[in-house]
Design a protein around this ligand. Sequence first.
Ligand code: GLC
Length: 679
Amino acid sequence: MIRKFIYGTPFDTEAVTTEIPCSDGTPAYGTVCTSGSPDAGDGFTFTYTMDKDDIVYGLGEASRGINKRGWCYTSNCTDDPNHTEDKHSLYGAHNFVIISGKETFGLFFDYPGKLTFDIGYTRQDTMRVFCENADLALYVIEGDSACDIVKQFRKIIGRSYIPPKFAFGFGQSRWGYKTKEDFRAVAETYRKNHLPLDMIYMDIDYMEAYKDFTLNKDFDDFADFVRELKDRHVRLIPIIDAGVKVEEGYDVYEEGVKNRYFCQREDGSDFVAAVWPGDTHFPDVLNPEARRWFGDKYRFLTDQGIEGFWNDMNEPAIFHSAEGLAEAKKLAAEFAGSGTANWDGSLKSEDGAVSVDQLGDKLRSLANSPEDYARFYHNVNGKRIRHDKVHNLFGFNMTRAAGEAFDRIDPDKRFLMFSRSSYIGMHRYGGIWTGDNMAWWSHILLCLKMMPSLNMCGFLYTGCDLGGFGADTTRDLLLRFLGLGIFTPLMRNHAALGTREQECYQFEDTEDFRHMLGVRYRLLPYLYSEYMKAALNDDLYFKPLGFVYPENAMAVRVEDQLMLGNEIMIAPVYEQNARGRYVYLPEEMKFVKFLPDGSISEEILGKGIHYVEIALNEAALFIRSGKCIPVADAAEYADGIDMDSIRMIGYEGSEYVLYDDDGVHRDYDNKANYTTLKM
Ligand code: GLC
């Protein structure tokens, strides 16, 4: 049962694809205050008093736990590479929550600007959701359980994106690969070491001067190079950034300027933001005509054989604007004219003059500043809309530009696409990766916690930078990241420029990496099958334990294990030097380990808490009682998996329905794609 309440004049975000009539009256849960109310001022506030045992699920990409209680989260897409616990906003805006407990219901606040969820931060028992303008649609969803509410929500937002099968293989990435030789070396070293690999990602250096839809001079014969790698079963996946470089003679820039396809300032001039290429303009992806134009630019690469992309910097990230820089320079000039030296050599201002702290603050706040997001406008069907009012829709619509273009380029074919920034609705066009995480042990767990929350919001093709993006990784950290990553649909090792090299062959005893990656390919038929079933049935691929065992008071509090598909539970190790971990089993399960010699150990463990040993070079999972899963022989790329090698592991006498298809086309709803396998 879904009710929709409209307040003011909402912007149509296109997150919801189903027509739902508007309800009269007020939501059955909580209290809403709109304009003029003493509580909300000019804005909107939803208030709900939580029972002490209520659990709050949702919010997709966010800091902290699976249970979101006890913190304040702000939907405000932000390029922030420090994903620490104190953060309120990350790259996405996913305004869907489920309150599960005394009363169980879901809420979707369809609002494209900044929106805050205070979930027991100000008062432990109170959830307050508020935003500046009382112009939004609120969906209230009732159902039998949290899981049922998710399914209903997913149904109204449309089917989740389905990538090609190769995208379930392993991908290697690193910011800094630049030439054909760099890419060839990665492909060759993976193949030489028999380390499985399906994709190599091309970060910004493949372009000429970071200009979208260009190639640096090393790639003159790009189509040949794409073919050369594809012949070795490796796909190249280029990055596309949001900002288009300002440069006379660059066709994308010139066409955009001529056709007024870029976001503009109030005076009608094109807004300038500095990002990787220096000064750029932002394509106005909220304008359908400009979106079509930008999307068609991807053809430059698809025409040369490219079958997948990652969209980046699309919050959109701004290093500084021309205006912001001018203000900072002015402040610096005033500071230079007025500062006096302290005894320790630092500068101190005289009364009323600019202080070193003020100047420092200004310089630090140049990037991604709220002032800049209020300096430019979108043209949405002839109506001018200030960017900050619809800020959270930019990444969504950049990815939609590509997705709509792929449908024009080849309506039968699937393309790989994932994005950094997103809003609910984008889940129909692509997946997401969780941005610039760190080579920190705590980030294995953070990734694990985000996965089910993202699934609730429709994002199924998800994963994090394995090994960690920022900071130097270590061999054991990468192996433990892989212990989780072998299960995430998007499985990619990516690292920042200047960090320690972390391709799987950079460390001693490469066979351990070969084994861990191999397990991914052995499980791929199962993982793909469960992904497809989740996508086709608006279900979750990753569930919190509480979704499967809602009556089990211990299971609902577990924050470091996940249910995957309908058959298995995962419990990765996320602490350095640990030889294993404690795990809670809500029912009897089979503890399965993929051992380095290729064999599989199985042990039945009863309901309760167990300490399980999992060595660095072992991959572990738990099969639910009465179930079984298919396991194939290891392969070095997704197309190389021998489906005839499949054998079943798990409980005797059980069955599994395997979904499979060619992984290329969109013939999903075909009965022939399902086969029953018996144990
Ligand atoms: C951003 C992306 C990161 C990429 C870098 C350079 O930080 O999040 O993945 O490597 O830009 O393009």
